[in-house]
Design a protein around this ligand. Sequence first.
Ligand SMILES: Nc1nc2c(ncn2[C@@H]2O[C@H](COP(=O)(O)OP(=O)(O)OP(=O)(O)O)[C@@H](O)[C@H]2O)c(=O)[nH]1
Length: 184
Amino acid sequence: MSAKRRIAVLGSRSVGKSSLIIQYCQNEFVESYYPTIESTFAKSVPFKNAEYDCEIIDTAGQDEFSILNSKHAIGIHGYVLVYSVSSRNSFDMIQIVYDKIIDFCGVSNIPCVIVGSKIDLDKSRQVRPDEGQKLAKANESAFIETSAKTNTNVAKVFELCLAEIEKRTPSSQTEPPVSRCLIM
Ligand SMILES: Nc1nc2c(ncn2[C@@H]2O[C@H](COP(=O)(O)OP(=O)(O)OP(=O)(O)O)[C@@H](O)[C@H]2O)c(=O)[nH]1
């Protein structure tokens, strides 16, 4: 039986979350922009001699005022946090979203990949790769830069996420760790 892995993709509006997932699951890139409310994609992924049934949750873009939806914290095995390398604001949102998740879950860190998207827009780059790397290191996360448009490093994002999950949850275990948060 293949293990189930539920992965939530979060980040500011319009950074390319849907495009990344659609490129990964359906091998296509859509130039036009349709804001997401929420959708779920399924993909079976072979990884390290095992087969994983991945459920990938595409979320509506967040900002500093959004309240973390409990659906994006409960029952989630791993996170993909996306910013666009051409938007400093979206980069600044990553730490805010990360902190909201760890606060909600009552843990000190989560299985997470930080993604700098849209690297094909190199001329309008506002965030350097080493800044992304440093942020990821500070949050014990994996890091990668991608382009959904040119299909650069797209599959790698989800492999890194499975690897981060694997570091903390052996493949024999299906449920994500229970939150240590106590309601008194
Ligand atoms: N050049 C370039 N454009 C991209 C890339 N990825 C996404 N886009 C464009 O950026 C816009 C937003 O992409 P979406 O994938 O809808 O972004 P999103 O993060 O899902 O947006 P929300 O649903 O509002 O949160 C669209 O016009 C895409 O075509 C990329 O890798 N390169």
